[in-house]
Design a protein around this ligand. Sequence first.
Ligand code: IPE
Ligand code: IPE
Ligand code: MG
Length: 230
Amino acid sequence: MDKTMLPRHIGIIMDGNGRWAKKRLLPRTAGHVQGAKAFRKCLRHCIDLGIEYVTFYAFSTENWKRPQDEVNAIMKLFSDYLDEGLDMYEDDVVMRFIGDMTALNDELRAKIDKMQSETAGNHGTVCNIAVNYGGRDDILHAAKVLIKDGADPDKLDETAFSERLYTAGQPDVDLIIRPSGEQRISNFLIWQAAYAEYVFMGVLWPDFTESDLDAAIEEFAKRNRRFGGV
Ligand code: IPE
Ligand code: IPE
Ligand code: MG
């Protein structure tokens, strides 16, 4: 793979866990367990490829609508992941959690803070996990911060606005991958994806492998990005 053609920032909508489980006559939560494994593999592969930024959509602001036991199972998976810590392989990754963390319980938030602070000084791939994340909430939150900071509306520009988003300091997302056959954004990175390339894939997230990521990146490399120019 030609390294110069790599996207700087990849966004991944980890979708299809429920359908993966249903196909196997398993409870939906079994799909989330398998999905968490696919996440680890995929993060590792991003590190291997030297991807600078990757954002995984793990739980949306709308996902609270799901049955309580499913929400609890997903929160438990986050908690287990945070307890497990990063393996040696992921040693140099910078872990960031984006979204409205105030809705999470104190214990989970403390674990998130710990992982973020322990990895903040690293130099490798920046991995954002989007939890209780919504693109609209991201924009609304940024607007509230600007108002609270007393920002001057006449001086406000896109750069200053971007610096108030949860992804402040990071480049816009270049490539958004959505497995599971759905072709929509579902409130993911809507500001940051203004000029993203989309790759939709039929594979269900728990079955997503390194070669699926490679295929999406190869597809991205073939696209002609114009950003409104000619
Ligand atoms: C994605 O898989 C996981 C989350 C949204 C937390 P889904 O649970 O949405 O799987 P499907 O779409 O029902 O198959
Ligand atoms: C998007 O998937 C959210 C995550 C993958 C975390 P959903 O399954 O919630 O999206 P919709 O409801 O199909 O649009
Ligand atoms: Mg889904």
